[in-house]
Ligand binder design. Structure first.
Ligand SMILES: [Zn+2]
Length: 281
């Protein structure tokens, strides 16, 4: 009789635990921790002109202020990596601000705005452009110059920017379109050529800036079926495409890191038009 009573009590306790709000919440939290993560892609920031790939400093500031007002918090791609690998959490409304190519105007215009508003950004460097700036001395015109290694190091060390690899010399349309495989290349030669180029930039980061990166941005968003595996073997953990959309990331599931979507911030739109068009609210 005692045993039956004890069993009934245990059963009741289990049922109570299952239906209690605390238990529900914990189960939900543990099993379905997902986040919608917009990654907004910028290139140049200029006062003198606007374009599909050029925003004004005022527009950038308005974007960041609007995102803050909507409750978004800027995070690094590294934070997405940690979340997807199950080792860290993310704010309720994360957003990544991503800059491509390494324009000098990111240093002159974007950096002070991000710093003032307490925001973070990802910045993907084309090695050959920055090598030219560093070695030629032609490095301080916001309209066309690229960052020097010293500036890249300063941006990285500030804690405001996370640096990514955008290839050393494959940011071109010819002979290959970005990192596309050439028709005459076999898989092995393709892997060797891609590896050589990407490591050339990593070596520069290590020797000139004293860091390495694990974020890779595909030039023009172009990639092959094998690109992710080749780059993963080199230590890269997250891959930025130009496929448009908002990422849905789940804690502990790293599959989405291979093709992170980004939305190009067309500088011809106002902040309000841009956020409305892509449903960022
Ligand atoms: Zn680019």
């Amino acid at each position: 009789m005692k045993r039956i009573f004890a069993f009934a009590l245990l059963l009741l306790l289990c049922l109570a635990a299952l239906v209690s709000p605390t238990s529900d919440h914990m189960v939900l939290h543990a099993q379905t921790q997902t986040r919608d993560v917009p990654i907004i892609m910028y290139h140049s920031v200029l006062k003198s002109k606007k374009g599909q790939y050029i925003v004004s400093p005022d527009s950038l500031k308005c974007d960041l202020q609007t995102l803050k007002n909507l409750g978004y918090q800027t995070v690094f791609v590294q934070d997405l990596i940690d979340f997807c690998n199950g080792v860290a959490t993310l704010p309720e409304k994360p957003v990544v601000i991503s800059f491509d190519d390494g324009h000098y105007n990111n240093f002159t215009y974007a950096y002070p705005i991000l710093d003032e508003l307490g925001c973070k950004a990802n910045l993907n460097i084309v090695g050959s452009y920055c090598e030219f700036s560093s070695s030629s001395g032609d490095c301080d015109n916001p309209n066309y110059s690229y960052l020097t290694w010293q500036e890249i190091k300063q941006l990285h060390d500030s804690g405001v920017f996370e640096i990514g690899n955008h290839t050393y010399a494959m940011h071109k349309f010819k002979p290959r379109y970005g990192i596309a495989k050439l028709p005459q290349e076999d898989e092995q030669t393709y892997a060797a050529n891609l590896t050589k180029d990407v490591l050339r930039l990593e070596n520069k980061f290590a020797t000139e800036c004293n860091f390495n990166t694990n974020v890779f941005a595909y030039p023009f968003g172009k990639y092959e079926k094998t690109s992710g595996e080749i780059l993963s073997n080199l230590g890269f953990k997250a891959f930025l495409t130009c496929n448009e959309g908002i990422n849905i990331l789940t804690k502990g599931d790293s599959s989405a890191l291979f093709h992170l979507k980004r939305i190009n911030r067309n500088g011809l739109l106002s902040s309000q038009q841009f956020f409305k068009q892509y449903g960022i609210k």
